[in-house]
Design a protein around this ligand. Sequence first.
Ligand code: HEM
Ligand code: HEM
Length: 288
Amino acid sequence: MGSPHVRNRYEPFLGGVFMITTLIIAVPSAVKSFNYMATLWRGNIRFTPAMMFAIGMVSFFISGGLTGLFLGNATLDINLHDTYFVVAHFHLVMGSASIFGMLCGVYHWYPKMFGRMMNEKLGYFHFWLTFIGAYLVFFPMHFMGVDGVPRRYYAFTEFAFMEKWVSVNVLVTWAAIIAGLGQIAFLINFFGSIWKGKKATQNPWNSNTLEWTTPVEHIHGNWPGEIPTVYRWPYDYSKPGHHEDFIPQTVPFSETMSSNMYHDFEGDEEAIRIQEQWNKENNRVVEG
Ligand code: HEM
Ligand code: HEM
């Protein structure tokens, strides 16, 4: 992210401008990170393989993003630029995080795509091997970078000071090979489950969003008959007063009188009046 500019040694003012604009990137990154964590906070989390990959993505995004703050600092970056510290930073924040995000999507929407479930045990095996593997590959690179090992060199035996890192490079290489082989578990699971996977139910994850209201078999137009109406946002999980942990977006408020909140109605006076009437008749107390 603007590397030659950030470490600009010839024009300190320009370097300062780039430093500030680069470090401002940390603001949306931090907002997203707190956003992910606040979404999980006190939630009724089910650690399915898809959820593991989602949490793994958050982990990489944070541990990779933190080193962005070091790199964004112009004085520190004079030393860190073009070293393995940069390679560590971006493989965690962008490489690992994006791959984990994609794998999460595959595990989550697989039943939608093929009407069958992926094997959970293989999913966990794949997750742990890839998660530990990715950290073993990219984490040690920070230390090499701080010691000055440059990136984009084809051999690491040219300079005496790099020799002590040869054993670490061997570790990193093995970790990459093993994590790479771990992807075979994913491929077997992906292709095998198309034919051998357990048949999926319509909404296997108890999800609220619209795609899980279509039938398991793919049909023209997605829904048989009428296209469903969306009444609510997709985050109505664990709502106090509702008998189930989730309320799909297609369930109207009139069917969930015991759990509706005033903010659900977004100032719709008529809906609020009906709800207040119901609350009074049923002795329901709503806060806020
Ligand atoms: C906290 C937020 C971030 C900050 C402050 C930051 C800062 C930096 C800086 C200063 C560099 C240059 C280091 C150097 O070469 O001397 C760098 C490199 C890099 N960053 Fe970030 N970064 C952040 C987040 C991200 C994100 C979210 C991504 C991508 C998803 C990313 C991808 C990259 C890549 C690909 C490079 C290396 C480019 C190259 O090949 O030279 N960074 N980052
Ligand atoms: C197991 C997976 C991976 C391994 C072992 C790996 C390894 C490496 C290594 C060792 C370098 C540094 C080469 C050098 O400086 O001499 C590198 C560069 C790079 N990698 Fe990866 N990488 C992996 C996955 C990824 C992914 C998923 C992305 C992007 C989403 C990515 C993007 C990059 C980029 C942009 C560079 C910089 C290339 C350059 O210096 O011009 N890598 N990778």
